[in-house]
Design a protein around this ligand. Structure first.
Ligand SMILES: C[S@@+](CC[C@H](N)C(=O)[O-])C[C@H]1O[C@@H](n2cnc3c(N)ncnc32)[C@H](O)[C@@H]1O
Length: 259
């Protein structure tokens, strides 16, 4: 499998992007433009299932989150809901939990929600503006790195995986939650919703054209689970697995870094 992986750079490619830099810039501008309505749209368009997906993901990492000295990084944290899900699983003996994103507007929303979303006496997340492809952290710094619906937007998936591996401790774990493409009858119905209904409602509520057409296109571009797992192993994960959520509409990639 590993040998079969296509070596060309693959990553998000919003309309008009020419290269890695312009793709990243277009992605940042897109999320900045929808930041004011992002949470509302997320919950409406996913019928609130997004909350269950974040919770299921965080729950998988209880063993790490309950270690007092653990360090966790939630990449592409946006308005912070995955980060809050992690912090709510942690004991009051508190690991350090950090949410990172390169859109200032999204982070401002996360910061504004912090008091209300944090568990009393529990761990309070901190926020940092940073590019997932150039993380300002030393090698082997985190026991856990997560990313929910953010990794797919990176301009270079292999570089993103290598950067995650770099900042993880040996034996550290990674959880990437993202959309998938369900098959069968459910897949057919879902595709009508995802490609036609969702972009129309998203554009109407956000008042911004583009981002909600980009969403289905970016999911289509994203590697299928087998290929993604191969790329994870190549990047330096000892084990890699994928668990479908809600018939494969979303799914969790898990990886453990080689010791
Ligand atoms: C779809 S939102 C996901 C937000 C949040 N994790 C959630 O589950 O709702 C994707 C986020 O990824 C961020 N993002 C995309 N590429 C990034 C990069 N290279 N570095 C940091 N953040 C990035 C965007 O700014 C945006 O906030």
């Amino acid at each position: 499998m590993d040998q079969e992986i296509n070596q060309r750079i693959i990553g998000a490619s919003p309309a008009g992007a020419q290269d890695r830099e312009s793709a990243a810039q277009a992605v940042r501008e897109m999320f900045t433009s929808i930041a004011p309505r992002y949470d509302l749209l997320n919950h409406v368009l996913s019928f609130n299932i997004d909350r269950v997906w974040w919770w299921r993901t965080a729950r998988k990492f209880d063993a790490i989150l309950r270690r007092p000295q653990a360090r966790a990084l939630d990449l592409c944290c946006g308005t912070g809901d995955m980060t809050f899900a992690l912090s709510r699983r942690a004991n009051s003996s508190s690991p350090q939990i950090l949410g990172a994103d390169f859109s200032h507007a999204m982070l401002q929303r996360a910061a504004a929600k912090t008091a209300q979303k944090s568990k009393p006496g529990g761990t309070t997340p901190r926020w940092i503006e940073a590019d997932a492809l150039r993380l300002p952290f030393p090698d082997g710094h985190f026991n856990l790195v997560t990313s929910a619906f953010g990794f797919r937007n990176l301009a270079d998936y292999d570089a993103g995986l290598r950067e995650i591996v770099r900042v993880l401790t040996p034996g550290g774990e990674c959880g990437i939650l993202d959309f998938g493409e369900p098959s069968g009858v459910i897949g057919k119905c879902y595709r009508v919703y995802f490609k036609k209904v969702l972009p129309a409602i998203g554009t109407m509520i956000s008042g911004v054209r583009g981002p909600y057409a980009y969403l289905p296109a970016s999911v289509e571009r994203f590697p299928a689970p087998d290929e993604m797992l191969g790329r994870m192993r190549q990047a330096g994960f000892r084990t890699a697995s994928w668990t479908p959520y809600s018939f494969g509409i979303a799914g969790l990639y898990r990886g453990v870094k080689r010791s």
